[in-house]
Design a protein around this ligand. Structure first.
Ligand SMILES: [Zn+2]
Length: 279
């Protein structure tokens, strides 16, 4: 089915309010990476225009809450029907300069998961190097400003390691130190964690336990779809939004209903760069 047809069906589904039936008792945690008008055809990027369209769609049809608020409700067994959380991974500079102003304009909360070792550096991420893109990271002042503005900051390890491959002391250090460093700089408790690459096999069970032991309250993936009541916060699914695929919010809203299987997973080492959707 073409995205055009899906958009029409999605529009009908949402405007007839029928979507409320499918989203009953279910929430969604969305995942973005970069906002970049010059690379809107890149799987990790989203233009400002598209991001604003998605934000307005979220605001119109969902109850947009912070990740902590959703976790509170899951823990208390409260209704999470049509709740939606906006998250960003990695710590790209445009998160502060482009995404945050749009979120503020729309009055929406969000969580920014950052790999602390990237911040304030000119380091190029391997997946950006492969695609001939320069990585531009936030500096610490920008992360502080996001936190001051009420956005949540979460940990995403220090060096964006694959927690499906790295285990033991090396993994523990990445998990524990990423929390400690963020807490030291931001002078606040950091208890949200998303694992790098985010595929099914990219978090070993031993590392999931390490995340729990380190004092985090969740371990978020980068695959899946809807979150149901009674969800294990340490197996939290998120839905990456790839605007080369999700060309309209209504298409996204329609496809989300049928996205309970982890079909968006991409293994970084085994897939060509252009096929990758999550980091
Ligand atoms: Zn990442």
């Amino acid at each position: 089915m073409s995205f055009y047809l899906k958009t029409i069906i999605g529009w009908l589904l949402f405007n007839s309010r029928l979507y409320r039936f499918f989203y009953r008792g279910r929430a969604v945690i969305t995942l973005f990476h970069r906002i970049d008008d010059d690379r809107s055809q890149d799987s990790l990027c989203c233009s400002q225009r598209d991001f604003r369209r998605f934000c307005k769609f979220f605001k119109r049809y969902f109850k947009v809450v912070s990740l902590s608020e959703l976790l509170d409700k899951i823990e208390r067994g409260e209704d999470i029907s049509r709740h939606l959380v906006i998250t960003f991974d990695d710590g790209y500079r445009d998160n502060a300069t482009l995404a945050a102003p749009i979120l503020k304009e729309c009055g929406l909360p969000a969580c920014f998961f950052v790999s602390s070792g990237f911040l304030d550096t000119g380091m190029n991420a391997p997946w950006d190097t492969e695609r001939g893109i320069r990585s531009e990271w936030m500096d610490w002042d920008q992360v502080r400003a996001l936190a001051r503005d009420g956005f949540e900051i979460g940990a995403h390890t220090i060096n964006h390691i694959d927690l499906g491959q790295v285990t033991g002391e090396a993994a523990r250090r990445e998990i524990v130190e990423s929390k400690r460093r963020l807490e030291e700089v931001l002078e606040t408790r950091i208890d949200l964690f998303s694992y790098p690459f985010g595929g099914v096999e990219q978090c070993a069970e031993s590392n999931r336990l390490e995340v729990q032991r380190a004092g985090f309250r969740c371990c978020a993936s980068a695959y899946g779809g809807l979150v149901s009541a009674g969800e294990d916060p340490f197996r939290l699914q998120r839905m990456p939004i790839n605007t080369t695929w999700h060309q309209t919010p209504y298409q996204f809203g329609l496809e989300l209903i049928d996205s309970r299987q982890p079909r968006f997973v991409r293994r970084p080492a085994a897939q060509p760069a252009e096929a990758r959707t999550t980091v």
